[in-house]
Design a binder for this molecule. Structure first.
Ligand SMILES: [Ca+2]
Ligand SMILES: [Ca+2]
Length: 194
């Protein structure tokens, strides 16, 4: 019953599809998704910035009380009709970017930003071999969380302080139980509690 309630509450969350989980599940990122799945309250504008007859830049607005609120900038950098980069906006500030790094969308990154400072908070990289999350605090890389066998569970953690490795934890056999700890740079350890 508890599980059912959890599922129901999850399903009842707003209609925003998390493109990260979608891309991770499918192991391919399709940023044309946003153009093909415009919401009924969304408006699309296109621009042909190089005047070559086809749009390469797209802007999606949301209509709120007859006003247009900027949601996304989408870019087709190489003009092959596939969107390569999407910038997501909230209150006029970039909160997330999604980038396809190969031709097929099998290698991609998602970067989240603190809208107040503009600092990167989480950068997720996927390359079919592993999924890496780089977590930063006050614009300094603090931790990498790596899923090396793509089973959805982190199995390697690298902790950083002042640009140096503090320690590495690794679940070598992916059993989620025995975690090997490897000490990092001693100068990083001494500054851990600062
Ligand atoms: Ca493209
Ligand atoms: Ca794993």
């Amino acid at each position: 019953m508890v599980q059912l309630l959890l599922l129901l509450s999850f399903a009842a969350t707003p209609s925003v599809v998390d493109p990260l989980s979608l891309a991770i599940t499918k192991q391919v990122m399709d940023l044309n998704y946003y153009l093909k799945n415009l919401g009924s309250d969304q408006v699309l504008e296109t621009m042909d910035t190089q005047d070559q007859g086809k749009p390469d830049t797209f802007i999606i607005f949301k209509t709120v009380d007859n006003n247009k609120v900027l949601l996304m900038h989408l870019f087709d950098m190489n003009r092959d009709q596939k969107i390569d980069v999407v910038k997501h906006f909230k209150d006029g500030k970039v909160v997330k970017t999604e980038s396809i790094l190969d031709k097929e969308g099998k290698v991609f990154s998602i970067t989240e930003f603190d809208p107040d400072t503009g600092y990167e908070t989480v950068k997720t990289l996927f390359d079919q071999q592993m999924l890496t999350k780089k977590i930063s605090f006050k614009n300094e890389l603090r931790r990498e969380e790596i899923d090396r066998n793509l089973d959805g569970k982190v199995d390697k953690w690298i902790h950083f302080r002042n640009g140096k490795v503090l320690k590495t934890e690794i679940d070598e056999n992916f059993d989620g139980k025995t975690i090997k700890v490897i000490a990092g740079d001693s100068s990083a350890r001494s500054s851990e509690n600062k």
